[in-house]
Design a protein around this ligand. Structure first.
Ligand code: TYD
Length: 136
């Protein structure tokens, strides 16, 4: 999978003087059935998260509050996305190495995932990941 296939998804935003509303539906705003939701919060300044790739998982990452950077890498090409709006999601396809950093204070990173948690779906070693993507 190429980083070119990863993209910003412009989520619906219902603007309202009482406060804005955004929604995400399976197979409409994300190209999968949402099987799991998790979020990172209380991230200390200077922390890095991620540092892995998934064999089959597709994810949508949303900055629900604050901002952070998502660095993606397919073994050939790298891209960096700065997420800072709760109506933008970053779609990450399978077999993409990702690292998250530059978390602002109070930021919340929500992830919608196409599958339940499965440690066997991870590449946690960059060289093992690189060897796999450069072989295929
Ligand atoms: P990890 O995916 O490495 O976190 P991140 O990519 O956000 O830095 O997961 C960190 C720990 O949490 C690891 O021990 C596995 C566990 N975990 C679950 O048990 N369930 C989950 O859905 C996720 C995402 C992680």
């Amino acid at each position: 999978m190429s980083v070119e296939r990863c993209k910003i998804v412009d989520l619906p935003k219902i603007s309202d003087p009482r406060g804005n509303l955004t929604f995400i539906e399976s197979n409409r705003h994300v190209p999968f059935d949402i099987k799991r939701v998790y979020y990172l919060y209380d991230v200390p300044g200077g922390s890095e998260r991620g540092g892995h790739a998934h064999k089959a998982l597709t994810q949508l990452i949303v900055a629900m509050a604050g901002s952070f950077d998502v660095r993606i890498d397919d073994g050939h090409q790298k891209r960096v996305f700065h997420l800072n709006r709760s109506y933008y999601g970053l779609l990450i396809t399978p077999m993409i190495w990702r690292e998250l950093d530059n978390f602002s204070s109070g930021s919340v990173c929500m992830v919608l995932a196409s599958n339940l948690y499965d440690e066997d779906d991870y590449y946690r070693d960059y060289n093992t990941y690189l060897a796999q993507v450069r072989r295929s």
